[in-house]
Ligand binder design. Structure first.
Ligand code: PEP
Ligand code: MN
Length: 336
């Protein structure tokens, strides 16, 4: 349930509403908008059913939400959420571009990539230090050594750092080095991990599961928000279909669906979404035209020797060309 406060509601009205909700053993989650404040009621469904708030002073209306996700929903917060990553915004007028190698391999590899993506206009450096590989015999990542390199090179080029977390016990470790924690497709429904990053204080990039519906994905974000972390960014990275020409089928309609259902920002990953570097630039253009708030793209100085995902990694010159294209689409869309 959400409680919509009237425009004229006072601080005291709001306090009374919160008190009443808490007296039922339920939790409040405030969304303070420009026009009005909305209180999300979370907890036991049965208790919420017993809660009557409509007659309280300062309450305009209560809305029973039939969908299981509330805090992520547009009903709860009509305005777009802008996630602030140490001064760099995701979900605002300016597009957010995250770029870098699939895996951190060495200082030289990361530095060469960082320099190229920074010059081309990216604001974020990506790179995996813990790699959830399909085969246990494939490169598993440099672990903490990789995190240290990301922080070092990120700072050197004034790029915010995005990296994947795969273990509930690593929240503190990864948060020490990264600016944004990425939840990978394979972990989208790892509910303990979602709760752990929800209790943390870093923005979370939530990738769509390999076969997740929009509703399951929204619920995954609800797991994070319900623990108190409001800074969630969705990432469409393709879903598994019968098609094998591409690695995944990039579902750009998800951008529209998420924008309709949620106030949270959404970016697109055309690298994993297609698995082929030649398709990255056209799909990046399409993603921005569909209304995405940004992109995450794999870039490697020498894709032919990459330890993971070389086939879908752009060379720096191709990333630069992609950025030039994307800028044109952005301006046509009224964005920067
Ligand atoms: C990645 O970003 O390198 C990655 C493993 O992505 P996904 O979880 O979308 O497969
Ligand atoms: Mn990858």
């Amino acid at each position: 349930m959400i409680v919509v406060m009237s425009r004229s509601a006072t601080e005291e009205n709001l306090k009374n509403v919160e008190k009443r909700i808490e007296s039922f053993g339920l939790k409040c989650h405030l969304s303070v908008g420009e026009q009005r404040t909305i209180v999300g009621v979370i907890g036991d469904k049965k208790k919420i059913g017993e809660l009557e708030m409509g007659a309280m002073e300062g309450v305009e209306k209560t809305v029973r939400i039939t969908e299981k996700y509330k805090l992520v929903s547009r009903e709860f917060k009509p305005e777009n959420t802008v996630v602030d990553v140490r001064g760099v915004k995701i979900g605002g007028e300016e597009l957010a571009v995250i770029a870098g190698p699939c895996s951190v391999e060495s200082r030289e590899q990361l530095r060469e990539t960082a320099e190229a993506v920074k010059n081309a206009g990216a604001q974020f450096l990506r790179g995996g230090a813990f790699k959830p590989r399909t085969s246990p015999y494939d490169f598993q990542g440099l672990a903490e050594e990789g995190l240290k390199l990301l922080r070092e090179i990120g700072d050197e080029y004034d790029l915010r750092v995005v990296t994947e977390i795969v273990d509930v016990n690593d929240v503190e470790l990864v948060s020490k080095y990264a600016d944004v924690l990425q939840i990978g497709a394979r972990n989208m429904q790892n509910f303990r991990l979602l709760q752990a990053v929800g209790k943390g204080n870093k923005p979370v990039l939530l990738k769509r599961g390999l076969a997740a519906t929009i509703s399951e994905w929204l619920n995954a974000a609800e797991y994070i928000m319900s623990e108190g972390n409001d800074d969630v960014i969705f990432c469409e990275r393709g879903i598994r279909t019968y098609e094998t020409f591409t690695r995944n089928t990039l579902d750009l309609s998800a951008v529209v669906a998420i924008k309709e259902q949620s106030h949270l920002p959404i970016i697109v990953d055309p690298s994993h979404g297609t698995g082929r570097w030649q398709m990255v630039q056209p799909m990046a253009r399409a993603a921005i035209a569909a209304g995405a708030d940004g992109l995450i793209v794999e870039v490697h100085p020498h894709p032919e020797v990459a330890l993971s995902d070389g086939d879908q990694s752009l060379k720096p010159k191709h990333f630069k060309a992609m950025m030039e294209d994307v800028k044109k689409i952005a301006s046509a869309m009224g964005r920067k």
